[in-house]
Design a binder for this molecule. Structure first.
Ligand SMILES: NC(=O)c1ccc[n+]([C@@H]2O[C@H](COP(=O)([O-])OP(=O)(O)OC[C@H]3O[C@@H](n4cnc5c(N)ncnc54)[C@H](O)[C@@H]3O)[C@@H](O)[C@H]2O)c1
Length: 374
């Protein structure tokens, strides 16, 4: 494929991140195929046209169905609210497009399974927006674990905290509607689960607890009931036998983008915090006791593909660069090259784990992830 014509649906937070990634992927990676920003879609023609001009798309539309059916378009990015993913993704795959869809797949497991089935039937590439696994230092953490640098892994904890819903008077939005999903479980926990799967392998069984700190939020002239849970705590037992926890909180004052990963082993441990994501902490229990301590590994060209962005170590890459790496992984998969992309099959395993945690919360008992499989 010499060129790839791209259609993007949604121009919000993630829409802009995808647009920047599509614009930058060629310049950063010298990636082929050549990306053409073909059509931008949003809910109104005015918004679509204004953002198309800003982001550098040739055309704009408010009709996503017409856009995904356009024979000129090869690949579609879906960055709309969760409840719209399934319909848009399935239509794009049926129209023969490669697909880059934001996480989570969909609010229900049935919809996620239908998306995965559509991807299989299409023979096209379908990947998800699990950008945090694309961090070069997460690749380094995985390499250290695989090389036995911290010995046999025996415990892990992953916490994801932000405070964008910490204010009880933050406005009601699609994120507090049950039709968008469970709340922090599918909005946040999918990211820790993507990291657990990437670093430590598949999850076997789960136990879960969820909490709703605020009953309602401002909407129009009054207040509207919050239908989702903003706090989740889950216990995980992996296929490997290792146990750990994931926690997520969308009301965690002071936390802006924290994903704190700790992996403990028989010889040491690894710690990583997304708020300082150009740093990896490594503790290895060797050498004299009096000089033992954490080593801070600063990201640099030794951690590919960091050097594609900037030649100097320690100068740091950012969130949108993770999206550019993910875009390159998408192109790699389309071109049949080795790829770090999280595809719909891997995404479906995350969805099953999410729904198993919700089932465990409802039933008050450990739940096997496989019991949620169709
Ligand atoms: N990967 C990540 O780190 C990450 C971070 C934030 C959000 N997300 C995911 O990205 C998705 C979008 O989140 P966001 O924060 O960008 O939301 P947002 O509300 O900022 O943007 C959603 C966009 O979709 C548009 N839209 C809604 N209905 C549409 C329709 N019928 N046709 C065309 N456009 C329509 C909206 O106008 C808006 O531009 C969600 O699934 C969310 O979970 C992922």
């Amino acid at each position: 494929m010499a060129t790839i014509n791209v259609g993007l649906i949604g121009t919000g937070y993630m829409g802009k991140a995808h647009a920047l990634a599509w614009r930058n992927v060629g310049a950063v990676f010298g990636a082929r195929p050549d990306v053409r920003m073909h059509t931008l879609c949003d809910a109104t023609p005015e918004l679509a046209a204004a953002k198309a001009a800003e982001f550098g798309f040739t055309r704009a539309t408010a009709d996503w169905r017409a856009m995904v059916a356009d024979p000129e378009i090869d690949a579609v990015s879906v960055t709309t609210p969760n409840a719209l993913h399934a319909e848009m993704a399935i239509a794009a795959l049926k129209a023969g497009k490669h697909l880059w869809c934001e996480k989570p797949m969909a609010p229900t497991l049935a919809e996620s399974e239908a998306m995965a089935a559509a991807a299989r039937a299409s023979g096209r590439v379908a990947i998800l927006g699990y950008n945090y696994v694309q961090n070069p230092l997460i690749a380094q953490a995985r390499a250290l674990i695989e090389a036995g640098a911290i010995g046999d892994v025996n415990h892990f904890r992953v916490e994801m905290d932000e405070d964008y819903l910490a204010d009880p008077d933050a406005p009601h939005s699609w994120r507090s509607e049950r039709k968008s999903g469970y709340g922090a479980l599918d909005d946040f926990c999918v990211h820790p689960l993507s990291l657990v799967a990437h670093l430590l392998g598949p999850t076997k069984e789960v136990f879960g607890e969820m909490a709703k700190p605020y009953a309602d939020r401002p909407a129009g002239a009054g207040r509207r009931a919050v239908e989702t849970h903003d706090i989740v705590t889950a216990l995980l037992r992996l296929e490997s036998g290792v146990c750990g926890t994931i926690m997520a909180d969308r009301c965690a004052w002071g936390r802006k983008g924290r994903i704190f990963v700790q992996v403990y082993g028989s010889k040491g441990m690894i710690a990583f915090d997304q708020e300082r994501f150009n740093e990896l902490q490594l503790y290895v229990a060797d050498g004299p006791e009096e000089t033992r301590g954490f080593r801070t590994i600063l990201s640099g060209p030794a951690h590919p593909p960091y050097g594609r962005f900037i030649a100097a170590p320690g100068h740091q890459i950012g969130f949108n660069d993770l999206k550019t790496i993910e875009c390159r992984a998408f192109l790699d998969r389309i071109e049949g090259r080795a790829s770090t992309a999280v595809d719909f099959e891997a995404g479906l395993a995350i969805e099953r784990t999410i729904h198993a945690i919700a089932r465990a919360f409802d039933d008050g008992r450990w739940t096997a992830v496989a019991s949620l499989s169709s």
